[in-house]
Design a protein around this ligand. Structure first.
Ligand SMILES: Nc1ncnc2c1ncn2[C@@H]1O[C@H](COP(=O)(O)OP(=O)(O)O)[C@@H](O)[C@H]1O
Ligand SMILES: O=C(CO)[C@H](O)[C@H](O)COP(=O)(O)O
Length: 420
């Protein structure tokens, strides 16, 4: 029987899902990053990837036909000609690109999504100012580099990950304004997500007991993988990823781009995944509550009344969407004595941010929102769903498959057919 492996490199951990040709889950593996909330070094990514492979039952491994990997969008690194990172990766919400914003504004068209301190292009321009840049040969996204570890080809990406580098996903090429910079680094060749790139490196196939003809496909990003997993496919359907961050995706016939608010659109066949990614989300909750406390305290929230506490929950200054401001300060006061009331205030405030994001997309011309699926760790929280439904004024439901890795496994199985 043929099986397909999807690997999700999220903020809080690595997840793997194996499905059969009928898309039924055969096994699911989850590993949280030990210690720091997210593995900051590429070497820990490699350890996490290979550990995950060994934990797939060998009888499944031996029949896996294809693998795809999603990473966090605009998590990027520089590596040398052998694929060795020359410096630490910059994670998706790293705002040090704010120092190159004047330069970026002078080269990129207005409203382009790269006009953000956290865009991949902002990070590349920042990297060019570092001593380590001279050792770099390839600029890669997290999913690209992880794919290289499996197939052995450097410099290959997908047009979901490449969007924040400035890749034109409508014309399917790097735009003239980027080409003429003649950047002294190899930008990745960009393929449609799900495109088979190559077979597994022989040593990987042999060492991990995979078929030698197992294909490694071009990947995607974590929030798009969650959208893939949800099964949503009609304009007006949306997915909110309530993971460490809060990411919204509304499927639309109209493309929407507005860097003032951190709004951009991913290509989805002949439709557009309009949306944005906020720095609010589960990582802020985790700062105050364990998962067990979240589960227990959420049950005590009085759902009949809205909480008036008006927070902007962030771990540190800096927001990407629906406010694109690298200096936006967290707002987490006044802090009530009751942990239940504090949690209610956090969930209500994050729900306001989510609703503002969807409102902006529709004001900008995206299709009218008619339902929201939920993915990520927060999808289990029914109290939060009730609060969100009150703000969104449409039905909010958990995706049947809320794990991004399931969506990436579907991508490995269907390849580019997924978007037709
Ligand atoms: N019951 C809950 N209610 C709300 N949030 C939760 C709950 N349980 C876990 N979370 C949050 O889910 C987040 C992890 O979700 P996950 O989808 O794994 O994130 P990521 O993919 O970004 O790593 C954590 O930040 C945690 O605070
Ligand atoms: O917040 C994030 C990590 O969880 C990423 O930014 C998220 O992937 C959103 O980016 P994209 O819309 O390109 O998927």
């Amino acid at each position: 029987m043929d099986f397909y492996l999807g690997i999700d490199f999220g903020t809080s951990g690595v997840r793997g899902v194996v499905i059969n040709h009928e898309t039924h889950t055969q096994t699911e593996i989850k590993h949280h990053w030990a210690g720091e909330p997210v593995a900051k070094g590429a070497d820990s990514w490699q350890v996490g990837l290979f550990r995950l492979l060994t934990e797939i039952p060998e009888k499944l491994r031996r029949e896996i036909k294809a693998i795809a990997i999603n990473g966090t969008s605009s998590t990027v690194l520089l590596c040398d000609g052998a694929g060795q990172p020359v410096d630490a990766p910059l994670l998706y919400n790293d705002g040090r690109g704010s120092v190159v914003m004047p330069q970026l504004k002078s080269i990129a068209p207005p409203q382009n999504n790269v006009l953000s301190a956290t865009s991949s292009l902002a990070k590349l321009l920042w990297m060019m100012q570092q001593p380590s840049f001279s050792q770099g040969r390839y600029f890669l996204h997290q999913a690209d580099w992880l794919g290289f570890l499996l197939h052995g080809y450097l410099g290959i990406s997908d047009y979901h990950n490449a969007l924040k580098l400035g890749y034109d996903v409508e014309e399917l090429k790097y735009p003239q304004w980027l080409e003429k910079l003649e950047l002294p680094i190899q930008l990745p060749t960009v393929l449609p997500p799900g495109t088979p790139i190559a077979k597994l490196r022989p040593e990987i196939a042999t060492g991990f007991h995979f078929p030698h003809d197992c294909l490694v496909c071009a990947g995607t990003t974590d929030s798009i993988a969650a959208f893939l997993a949800s099964g949503a496919k009609y304009p007006g359907e949306a997915v909110t990823s309530l993971g460490s961050t809060l990411v919204i995706k509304l499927l639309s016939r109209t493309r929407v781009e507005d860097s003032r608010y951190g709004i951009y659109s991913h290509r989805w066949g002949n439709l557009w995944l309009t949306g944005g990614a906020s720095n609010t989300g589960g990582a802020v909750l985790k700062q105050f509550f364990s998962d067990a406390e979240l589960e227990r305290l959420s049950r005590e929230i009085n759902m009949t009344t809205a909480c008036e506490l008006d927070y902007y929950p962030l771990l540190q200054p800096g927001e990407r969407f629906p406010i694109n401001d690298p200096l936006l300060p967290p707002r987490l006061t006044p802090r009530p004595h009751s942990p239940v009331e504090f949690l209610h205030g956090l969930l209500e405030s994050m729900s306001r941010i989510e609703a503002r994001g969807y409102e902006l997309l529709q004001v900008m011309g995206a299709d009218k929102l008619n339902r929201v699926y939920t993915a990520g760790g927060g999808a289990v929280n029914s109290a939060w769903s009730t609060i969100r439904e009150r703000h969104l004024k449409v039905s909010v439901m958990s995706s049947v498959h809320s794990e991004a890795a399931y969506g990436t496994a579907l991508l490995a199985m269907r390849g580019t057919d997924f978007f037709n």
